[in-house]
Design a protein around this ligand. Structure first.
Ligand SMILES: NC(=O)C1=CN([C@@H]2O[C@H](COP(=O)(O)OP(=O)(O)OC[C@H]3O[C@@H](n4cnc5c(N)ncnc54)[C@H](O)[C@@H]3O)[C@@H](O)[C@H]2O)[C@@H](O)CC1
Ligand SMILES: [K+]
Length: 485
């Protein structure tokens, strides 16, 4: 259930299932029934208004209305357009509804304790305007509980963008698999609780569609974790060089602590000799080295991974260092100042990426590096990964990770506590630590985001960046124990 399907892939899955022998009206009956089941599981009988649009999303509404009425609930139904204009499965199910069919209007909102939103689903093709926009506003202004079918009407299933205006739901029930718009902002916030329900589309059909996007979950990457063996040696667990600046030393101290907690064998902070005592005093297990000895450090291929950017400073020397590191084709994580240093000349950075590289921009850094790439977050991350050859991770509440080969994952963790100074430094450190241990770059980026998100939800209010590295052993132990089952 971790695959994320585009609306076109979902239509394809429907078609393949219908071709495989399950009629479309049965799929629609199943879809309506799952929503009905979710409603009666969540709420006791109350007055319901079902708002139906002109397509199959509206068809689901006729099923839901019938099942709720059969259960003894008080149900009103409103339809956008004429009942004679409904086609196919929606027309079939409209005939099964023996209650009144009202005109879709804000009058249906008055007195309804629960509103079922079946106005538009996957077929939303343009902005919602006019009377329907007024209706959406009345629903959102009401105190009624709102259940959206498939997606909150007005949310684009592929991008999570709002098309004109959108319903704000308390519960969204979608079918088979989630769509990107369920996890990308602002769509995610409008969905409320998300229930993904089976309607008879088999896993086989889903795999035939070859999904390339997933919700970020351990299922995706747990097989790629390099747990140490009994005969292991610290050098088998990598030696990460973390490049530290001279002013904001806290950033690289966080990077270092996070990388070490992620399991890296050795970690050396490389910086100007004048600040090495600051770094050395931070933790006895962290080593330090002067940047003046860089050539020798880089000639030692046991130093198999690099992380640079947090607190490093923007400028020519950062650019030169990054290019020198990328030239070696070892595992490299570039964050913050390492990215901003290429704002004037992003193509040089893209050209230099040859080896396993993860870049971790926030939205501002992303726009500076890829000003011509637009679209939703998923599309932008994919385009940037394809262009640069790096795994691109765009941070935020809906972090997206995209590999150059088109694979992508979206984080679905609600952890607003992570929006705090130093949190991004920790993320860069964890990913670099995992890559130093030999994890593939996309897996390492996904696992880093997941560990970071889980720490955010586990620690919760009051979280400071320093807490995250020290919480990692708890979560890693869980993953390790699960791997031994
Ligand atoms: N066999 C299937 O394809 C199944 C489909 N299902 C449901 O069907 C939905 C998709 O159905 P459809 O493809 O018919 O699409 P929708 O029901 O989402 O909407 C399509 C209709 O809305 C109109 N429309 C689009 N944007 C509009 C706007 N901004 N203002 C006014 N009218 C607008 C279109 O012209 C079209 O008439 C899914 O979201 C899901 O709820 C489920 O019943 C499961 C099975
Ligand atoms: K809907």
């Amino acid at each position: 259930m971790f695959e994320i399907l585009t609306t076109d892939q979902m239509y394809d899955a429907d078609r393949k299932t219908i071709d495989g022998g399950i009629p479309g009206d049965v799929l629609m009956e199943n879809a309506g029934r799952t929503v009905f089941e979710e409603i009666i599981r969540h709420w006791s009988p109350r007055s319901v208004s079902v708002l139906c649009g002109p397509g199959n999303n509206g068809g689901d509404g006729f099923v839901i209305a019938r099942l709720l009425r059969d259960e003894g609930w008080s149900v009103r139904l409103g339809l956008l357009g004429e009942i004679e204009h409904l086609g196919g499965d929606a027309a079939f199910h409209a005939k099964q509804w023996d209650g009144a069919t009202e005109r879709l209007s804000p009058a249906l909102v008055v007195g309804a304790d629960l509103i079922v939103d079946c106005i538009f689903g996957a077929g939303l093709a343009r902005d919602i305007t006019g009377d329907v926009a007024d209706l959406v506003a009345s629903v959102n202004d009401s105190i009624s509980v709102v259940v959206s079918v498939d997606v909150p009407s007005g949310v684009d299933g592929n991008s999570g963008c709002i098309m004109g205006c959108a319903i704000k739901a308390d519960l969204t029930v979608t079918f088979c698999r989630a769509k990107p718009g369920h996890y990308l902002l602002p769509g995610r916030q409008l969905c409320g609780e998300l229930a993904i329900r089976d309607i008879g589309i088999s896993d086989q059909v889903v795999s035939e569609i070859r999904p390339t996007c997933w919700r970020n979950d351990p299922v995706l990457w747990r097989a790629g974790i390099r747990w140490p063996g009994l005969d292991g040696h610290k050098y088998h667990r990598g030696h990460l060089l973390a490049f530290g600046g001279t002013m904001m030393t806290g950033a690289t101290r966080l990077v270092a602590r996070a990388a070490r907690r992620s399991g890296v064998g050795l970690l050396t902070i490389v910086s100007d000799a004048s600040v090495l005592p600051v770094y050395a005093a931070d933790a006895p297990g962290t080593m330090t080295a002067s940047i003046s000895g860089l050539e020798a450090l880089l000639n030692d291929c046991r130093h198999n991974a690099f992380v640079v950017g947090p607190g490093y400073g923007v400028g020519d020397s950062t650019r030169s260092l990054v290019l020198q590191l990328l030239h070696l084709c070892r595992s490299t994580v570039l964050d913050a100042d390492a990215l901003t240093s290429f704002s004037d000349d992003p193509s040089t950075l893209c050209f230099a990426v040859q080896g396993p590289t993860v870049v971790t921009p926030h939205e501002g850094e992303f726009t500076r590096l890829f000003p011509d790439i637009d679209g939703d977050k998923l599309a932008r991350a994919r385009a940037a990964a394809k262009r640069s050859g790096a795994t691109v991770l765009i941070k935020g509440a809906d972090t997206v990770i995209a590999a150059p080969d088109g694979r992508a994952a979206i984080s679905a963790v609600d952890a607003p506590w992570l929006a705090t100074a130093g949190s991004g430094d920790v993320l860069a450190g964890v990913i670099a630590g995992l890559m130093a241990q030999g994890m593939e770059m996309f897996d390492a980026a996904c696992m880093g985001v997941w560990l970071h998100g889980r720490s955010g939800t586990d620690i919760g209010p009051g979280l400071i960046a320093e807490d995250i590295p020290d919480h990692l052993p708890v979560i890693l132990r869980e993953l390790w124990l699960a791997s031994r089952k």
